[in-house]
Design a protein around this ligand. Structure first.
Ligand code: FMN
Length: 377
């Protein structure tokens, strides 16, 4: 299987990365549409063991390994992707109104670093369309919906724009991720400032409650997704702030603007232009952010750890740093469709006869202690 994946990857990596993404998903979706294919995939690839089960912000996750936002931006493929053994899939980022995103090319591979650089800019066909697609659910995964603001909307008017997206996807989501950390929407990261973030979270949580009351159902867990490029003071500030709102957790981290310590030649990196970097160069940085948040939150809120996870050892260490759940994106591009299964198996080996949840945060002091630059990553 590993050899087969290496051959497929060699072919895909000859294509433009965005084309490769759409081609591979079109083929995969066609395969999944064959009678009996999705249940068969699930049987072959889903690793289900009570030791991996995690209950987090009121939801049951069959495994802590999820797919990060940005892979299934328009909620088109979550049923097929779920069959690969992810315990959660976060679709989006979805914006209230459809928008084209930045001009192509806007996705690049930095193979020597097992990294990606993207400046997509929230290309998506809008929250109403995504909301309709959420209704058709697959089995075995929790479905998160990541919402962001439209490019043309100023931060001063962002709250209403987020709420417009929220209303359209709310019914189909198991949890909501409020994305204030993409580097590719000008000014978006400004919403991480205490005042702006406080107002945004208050507005989203109020609307969440109103939607729950109107539907007669329960409120959805609301999480906030943050950048890796925050200093310790800002991280502590965000941890303190989220505790003041009925927020269910923090997703850390999004892509970085840093470019230090890469193996890809600097001139090549510079020629790619602006964008957020993900994958290998983010591993240590994201882990440290998670550890720092964990130490500050003292277990009062769960953290989803994401950034540079491409194997079981990295997933395990992210959880030891303080993540209750983990997500992958770039690692999935490099390691292929068996990654969720391989990580799940590797976690089971490492955890022995314990439940995976008992390791959460056990190395937070180790990873959260020193300040770490991307160079050390
Ligand atoms: C091509 C690409 C597109 C992404 N799009 C989004 C997005 O729309 N919304 C979001 O919150 N994060 C997005 N991300 C960030 C990922 O969800 C994740 O936080 C980040 O890539 C770090 O994880 P990784 O190192 O496993 O890739 C994107 C990442 C990549 C590589």
């Amino acid at each position: 299987m590993a050899l087969l994946w290496r051959c497929i990857r060699a072919l895909l990596f000859r294509l433009d990365p965005e084309q490769a993404h759409h081609l591979s998903m079109a083929i995969f979706a066609a395969l999944c549409a064959l009678p009996g294919a999705t249940p068969l995939l699930r049987r072959l690839l889903q690793v289900r063991d009570p030791r991996l089960a995690v209950n987090c912000f009121g939801l049951d996750f069959e495994t802590p390994v999820g797919l990060a936002a940005g892979f299934d931006k328009e909620a088109r493929w979550h049923r097929c992707l779920g069959a690969l053994g992810f315990g959660s899939i976060e679709v989006g980022t979805v914006t209230a109104l459809a928008q084209p995103g930045n001009p192509k090319p806007r996705l690049f591979r930095l193979a020597p670093d097992r990294a990606l650089l993207n400046r997509f800019g929230f290309n998506n066909d809008g929250a109403a369309a995504a909301g309709r697609r959420l209704a058709r659910r697959g089995e075995g995964y929790q479905l998160g919906v990541n919402i962001g603001r439209n490019k043309e909307v100023a931060n001063e008017a962002a709250n209403e724009n987020y709420l417009a997206a929220l209303r359209q996807v709310w019914a189909g989501a198991d949890y909501i991720a409020v994305n204030v950390s993409s580097p590719n929407t000008p000014g978006l990261r400004g919403l991480q400032n205490a005042e702006a973030l406080g107002e945004l979270l208050a507005a989203v949580c109020r609307e969440n409650r109103a939607l729950a009351l109107a539907s007669g159902g329960a409120e959805k867990p609301v999480l906030v997704k943050i950048a890796p490029d925050l200093d310790d003071e800002q991280l502590d500030g965000i941890a303190d702030l989220v505790l003041q709102h009925p927020v269910a957790g923090i997703i850390a981290t999004n892509t970085t603007l840093g470019r230090d310590g890469l193996s890809t030649p600097a001139s090549e990196v510079a020629s790619l232009g602006a964008g957020g970097l993900s994958g290998g160069p983010l591993t240590a940085r994201s882990r440290r952010v998670v550890a720092r948040l964990y130490l500050r939150l003292q277990g009062r809120l769960p953290i989803i750890g994401v950034g540079g996870i491409s194997n079981a050892a990295e997933a395990f260490e992210m959880m030891r740093a303080g993540a209750s759940l983990v997500q992958v994106y770039s690692g999935f591009i490099y390691e292929g469709p068996l990654l969720p299964r391989n990580i799940a198996r590797g976690l089971l080996q490492r955890v022995g006869d314990r439940s995976i949840s008992v390791i959460v945060g056990e190395a937070a002091s180790l990873y959260g202690r020193a300040s770490l630059s991307l160079e050390e990553a």
